[in-house]
Design a protein around this ligand. Structure first.
Ligand code: HPA
Ligand code: ZN
Length: 333
């Protein structure tokens, strides 16, 4: 048995492997700006967040129908379940699809159907998080929220905030997050990936989020670290993403160890696994090797994921028991 894992930071569009992108391009008669899979994969050499986002949005052009979104979701769950994934809270970027004329109902229904297949086939419990693109106006976010909730309120568990970070502080989305809370949704936000700790503080104090996605820049602010630890605010850290987007120089320098030592409720996740060289299990193995983590520390990270998740109390108990069993057996990551 591999270590049972949660994944709380994965963009479903970032699980689009080049092979599936070309298969969907053929099925939908869409042209990709690359001749083949190898050429597309060769373009995965990023300087920063924006250089990644440019390619991420361009490749999404192949996602058009409900079936495409189901296929994408099932492909992700199959690969991640093979690495021990037991519970996934999945982001999607509705504005990246509606801006291309794709029907929002097809997006939500397609992903939801894929998550249901994941529950049936691999026993992966899940939640769905609607993310707003922070480089677009707050009015567009508000409109997207209202539209999504009128279509499938039952399918949406929470809201998030992603895309280009620097210059787009969380407070711009104050009213949108207040409305989300009024609608009964949970709240998370990307903060402190490339931008300074002030963005993390705004996400906490202005938007009232319960988890910070990334949050790695908190490492330079000892007062913030002790606050995060005291309040048990989860950070959804994505180690391979941080290396590929040059947020950290190399994994051996990753602040994950500092977060563990400060008692922060840190979790390990994949972000955009098709682009960053690995799924959730690959991220666990990479930090184990680079930071010389013990099995006990890996189990601790997995337990943090369970605590930070939105799984039901019953499901959390099941996951904790599975992690305990893994640890007492001393099995592979
Ligand atoms: N940061 C911000 N936006 C994103 C990311 C990320 O790492 N991945 C997909 N959208
Ligand atoms: Zn992300």
């Amino acid at each position: 048995m591999t270590l049972p894992k949660t994944e709380l930071h994965v963009h479903i569009e970032g699980t689009l492997e080049p092979e599936l992108a070309f298969a969907l391009a053929g099925r939908n008669r869409v042209d990709l700006p690359f001749p083949d899979v190898d050429a597309l994969r060769a373009a995965y050499d990023f300087d920063d967040l924006q250089s990644f986002l440019d390619l991420y949005y361009a490749t999404m052009a192949v996602l058009l129908t409900e079936r495409d979104f189901t296929d994408l979701t099932v492909a992700y769950l199959e690969r991640a379940a093979g690495q021990g994934l037991a519970h996934a809270e999945v982001f999607f970027d509705p504005q990246a699809h509606t801006s291309r004329g794709v029907d929002l109902a097809a997006v939500i229904d397609g992903i939801s159907a894929g998550l249901e297949i994941g529950r049936e086939r691999w026993g992966v419990s899940s939640a769905l998080i609607l993310c707003f693109l922070r480089n677009l106006p707050a009015e567009s976010a508000m409109q997207t929220l209202e539209q999504a909730m009128s279509i499938r309120a039952d399918a949406i568990d929470g809201v998030g905030l992603d895309s280009s970070e620097v210059g787009f502080p969380p407070s711009l989305f104050d009213a949108v997050f207040a409305r989300a809370a009024q609608l009964g949704l949970r709240k998370v936000a990307h903060a402190g990936e490339e931008a300074p700790p002030a963005y993390i503080l705004e996400a906490l104090d202005v938007l009232g989020v319960e988890r910070i996605d990334h949050g790695v820049q908190a490492v330079v602010d000892p007062a913030l670290l002790s606050r995060l630890a005291d309040e048990r605010t989860p950070l959804t850290v994505c180690p391979l993403s941080n290396v590929r987007l040059r947020v950290v120089d190399d994994l051996a320098q990753h602040p994950l160890r500092a977060f563990l030592e400060a008692g922060v409720l840190v979790t390990v996740n994949s972000d955009d696994p098709a682009y960053f060289g690995g799924y959730v299990g690959d991220n666990y193995v990479a930090v184990r090797d680079a930071l010389a983590l013990t099995d006990a520390q890996l189990a601790h990270l997995a337990r943090n994921g369970v605590e930070a998740s939105w799984a039901t109390a019953e499901r959390k108990a099941e996951l904790h028991a599975a992690i305990d069993a893994w640890e007492s057996d001393g099995r592979p990551a």
